[in-house]
Design a protein around this ligand. Structure first.
Ligand code: MCN
Ligand code: CUN
Length: 793
């Protein structure tokens, strides 16, 4: 049994319905699916970051007694599958034919009777490579003498992918020319990786007789994948079924189509057997969708008393060897142009240049809301740099510049319309919760002691971050991925006994959709959440939609769910009017599951009674259909704009460079909360991500493009040891255009928290005159920063 705050209203704290199976070990992940006669695939990967392939000899592997097939780029060329489209209208090699372009790139695929034999046989494949110089630093990628990575493409201009701008350049330059103060800072958001606990994988089963391909795959976007398979492989779309079962974390890593998936499909077609492919941890970290890798250069124009007037930004974006980023087509830099953040500016402008490097492709992942992570980090770092230069308190500086409640809906200088917000209220709450003045007093005392020569102990630092997100992609007239508009369908069936089945197009990777979507229906119809089954992640069972990423599920599919439930409610009204023999106009919804006669509420019918009647022999008026089932497609009018105020308190040991996060206060506003427990869980996870990125995570490469540290020994995930006990607060500013006033929250904390941690560490190091330091602030990095500081003694 689950418990609900207000069962009749649907919203409120409730244990997750799906946890009943997860905590008993009864989840079904891709690797749990076993089909009769199933074979196993393994991928041979390039040891070089950039090398010409001279020859591939597969004879010894083919001779292995348990090997059923060895597939190379040559095999795929025959099927016109050696290259596939990416989600950014680029192409990506499925298996390399001409060259390898990053370390870990897919070169060959072995299908064998068991996974150990498949892996063993990889070692029997003999590939002759001719190494080429590699491009590792994105800032060097456009140098005239840089080796060209994508010589497969016609009319390719060196390693250049795109130039993209937003905002008004002339107005911004004019504001800078007038400015009393200008601050400038280069800020790196390093390459990091979403590292979901379950790695990527697929089980492909092509049935030669029916021509049907069934693909179990832990994808965040089953419908979009189906359409892309149809386009790439030429299979009819209705003959493809993508099943995305339980998923052990996605964080954006499971949005792209990876070569291993295509190889599993080809393996199944070639052998006539189901073929499973699951990557291991190193493969996941080395070759799948990474995140960030933005080299940003920001400038802020302001008055001497701290009124920010304009922001100007230049970015070199490292997209790796193939541009595989997933984001709405019109926006090659995602939603980076929300970099003006939460402030009232006169003008803003950004220029983003995307380049190829000899690194794994990807570029949008790790709870990024399409690059809002980079944008929020940059502006929040810049505001602190301004505070540093002006000698102002960063909280006061923010208060002075935050948008005020009466300015909403707010048109931003880069083209967004923020739907709703009350920013000063959220920041004030966060400052109150942390006891800001008290901490500053404590800090002042330590700094005084420090200045007097007593340098024992740690240095306390306080960091603030205020972020605005734009989530819920998106309005069809502005947004599509590979030409597919970003609307989402929903279907709701109500059975005769009043139990319901909701079918949604988005796919949970741990966000608890089976619970919260049932709660939305419960809220609209008064059917208890336990009586509502939520079906998702199976293209044969659910309506079309683009999937779960960019925290779009609640803004888009959540809205679709409310709308479809309201359709059912209106149908129920007509049936109730026939049952009660009153005009439908005389009925009103009591908000708790009953249509009642206006003015005499004891006369009414529950949704369950109405459902039974809708399936019965009750005579219905002409034109009224039986049953209550309904469908809808929701095209959002705008994105939703959740926001938050975060304050982090750290203690930095200047002797070792060790950072300890003492406290973290997070005030989030995601509009109406469907399930506060789930929202808090999402925020907890994102805050841990922020500590991970700020303090310990980096996918690093040496100058030859070797990936340094493709294991959890080097790529560190934060644990409870590194995380404080989170202190959460909330404000609720409903979205005016969302049917239930909800905004997305799944990525908020990942977006907002890194800046708070870094600002806190830099603040702690103020006695050293430190103004900026790049992530990750590992002990070594903090120590380096101190060594390089002007005030070191
Ligand atoms: N929710 C709510 N009230 C709101 C907003 C959201 O109760 N006002 C609930 C939703 O109903 C949903 C959850 O919070 O159950 C997250 O909702 P939403 O913000 O709409 O985000 P999505 O469901 O679209 O999830 C995607 C988002 C992304 S893009 C990444 S990345 C991320 C994240 O979710 N990956 C995750 N959180 C994750 N959490 C887990 N456990 N695993 C991942 O891979
Ligand atoms: Cu950018 S990671 Mo989430 O959108 O799947």
């Amino acid at each position: 049994m689950t418990t609900v705050d207000k069962p009749s209203m649907g919203f409120g704290r409730m244990h997750r319905k799906e946890d009943a199976r997860f905590i008993r070990g009864r989840g079904t992940y891709v690797d749990d699916v076993r089909l009769p006669g199933m074979l196993h695939g393994a991928v041979l990967r390039s040891p070089f970051a950039h090398a010409r392939i001279v020859s591939i000899d597969t004879r010894a592997a083919e001779a292995h007694p348990k090997v059923k097939a060895v597939i190379t780029g040559k095999t795929l060329e025959g099927l016109k599958l050696a290259w596939m489209p990416t989600l950014s209208y680029d192409t990506q090699a499925v298996l390399a034919t001409d060259k390898v372009r990053f370390q870990g790139q897919e070169v060959a695929f072995v299908v064998a009777e068991d996974k150990y034999s498949a892996r063993d046989a990889l070692e029997l494949i003999d590939v002759e490579y001719e190494p080429l110089p590699a491009v590792v630093d994105a800032r060097r990628a456009l140098d005239p003498d840089a080796p060209v990575i994508r010589d497969d493409k016609e009319n390719q201009n060196g390693n250049h992918i795109f130039d993209w701008t937003a905002g008004d350049k002339a107005a911004t330059d004019a504001a800078f020319a007038r400015a009393e103060v200008v601050v400038k800072q280069d800020v790196l958001y390093p390459r990091v990786h979403p590292a979901p606990l379950e790695t990527c994988g697929a089980l492909a089963d092509f049935d030669k007789v029916t021509g049907k391909l069934t693909m179990w795959c832990n994808t965040q976007a089953p419908h979009a994948h189906r359409t892309v398979y149809a386009l790439v492989a030429g299979l009819p779309e209705h003959k493809i079924r993508v099943i995305s079962p339980d998923i052990g974390g996605g964080f954006g890593n499971k949005v792209p189509i990876y070569p291993g998936y295509v190889c599993a499909i080809v393996g199944s077609i070639v052998t006539g057997k189901p073929v499973k492919w699951m990557e291991d941890r190193s493969e996941n970290l080395m070759s799948t969708g990474f995140a960030r890798d933005y080299h940003m250069s920001g400038e802020v124009a302001a008055t001497r008393d701290g009124k920010i007037t304009a922001v100007r930004v230049k970015v070199i974006a490292d997209h790796g060897a193939f541009n595989g980023t997933a984001q709405p087509t019109k926006y090659p830099a995602g939603f980076f142009h929300v970099f003006t953040g939460s402030y009232d500016l006169e003008a803003a402008h950004c220029e983003v240049t995307g380049v190829y490097t000899n690194k794994a492709p990807g570029g949008v992942a790790y709870a990024c809301s399409f690059r809002i992570t980079e944008a929020a980090y940059l502006i929040e770092r810049l505001v602190d740099v301004l505070a540093f230069d002006l000698g102002m308190d960063p909280a006061q500086l923010r208060m002075k510049n935050l948008l005020r409640a009466e300015q909403f809906p707010y048109s931003s200088p880069t083209g967004w319309e923020y739907d709703s917000g009350d920013y000063p209220r959220a920041l004030q709450l966060a400052l109150d919760m942390v006891g800001y003045d008290e901490i500053r007093r404590e800090q002042a005392a330590v700094r005084e002691r420090w200045a007097a020569g007593d340098r024992s102990g740690t240095l306390p630092g306080v960091g603030i971050s205020f972020f605005t997100e734009a989530v819920g992609a998106g309005p069809r007239k502005h947004m599509d991925i590979l030409g597919l508009g970003m609307a989402d369908g929903a279907e709701l069936r109500v059975h005769p006994t009043g139990k319901a089945v909701l079918r949604i197009s988005v796919q949970s990777q741990g966000q608890g959709h089976e619970t919260t979507y049932a709660q939305i229906v419960a809220h609209e119809l008064g059917i208890p959440p336990d009586d509502i089954e939520v079906v998702h992640g199976d293209t044969d069972q659910t309506p079309f939609g683009l999937g779960t990423y960019g925290s779009r599920s609640t803004p888009v599919s959540g809205a679709a769910t409310a709308v479809v439930a309201r359709k059912v409610r209106e149908r129920a009204r007509l049936v109730a009017s026939a049952m009660l023999e009153v005009s439908a106009d005389d009925l009103e919804w009591d908000g708790a599951g009953r249509w009642v006669v206006r003015g005499s509420t004891e006369q009414g019918r529950t949704i369950q009674e109405i459902a039974l009647a809708a399936h019965s022999s009750l005579e219905l008026p002409d034109g009224v259909e039986g049953h209550l089932d309904a469908t809808t497609v929701y095209n959002p009018p705008n994105l939703t704009f959740p926001f938050g105020a975060y304050v982090c308190v750290v203690d930095v040991d200047p002797g070792t460079g060790q950072v300890k996060v003492r406290r973290f206060v997070a005030v989030d506003d995601c509009g109406v909360r469907i399930n506060p427990t789930i929202v808090e869980g999402q925020v907890h996870g994102g805050l841990a991500d922020g500590i991970g990125m700020a303090l310990m995570q980096l996918i690093a490469f040496d100058e030859d493009g070797n990936c340094l540290g493709a294991s959890f020994m080097d790529y560190l995930l934060p644990t409870s040891v590194e995380c404080p006990s989170w202190e959460l607060g909330e404000t609720v500013t409903p979205s005016p255009h969302h049917p239930i006033g909800a905004k997305g929250v799944g990525e908020s904390a990942t977006v907002g928290s890194p800046a708070a941690v870094v600002n806190a560490v830099v603040d702690a190091l103020k006695p050293y005159g430190v103004r900026h330091a790049d992530m990750p602030l590992t002990p070594a990095q903090v120590w380096r920063v101190i060594q390089g500081s002007p005030l070191r003694t």
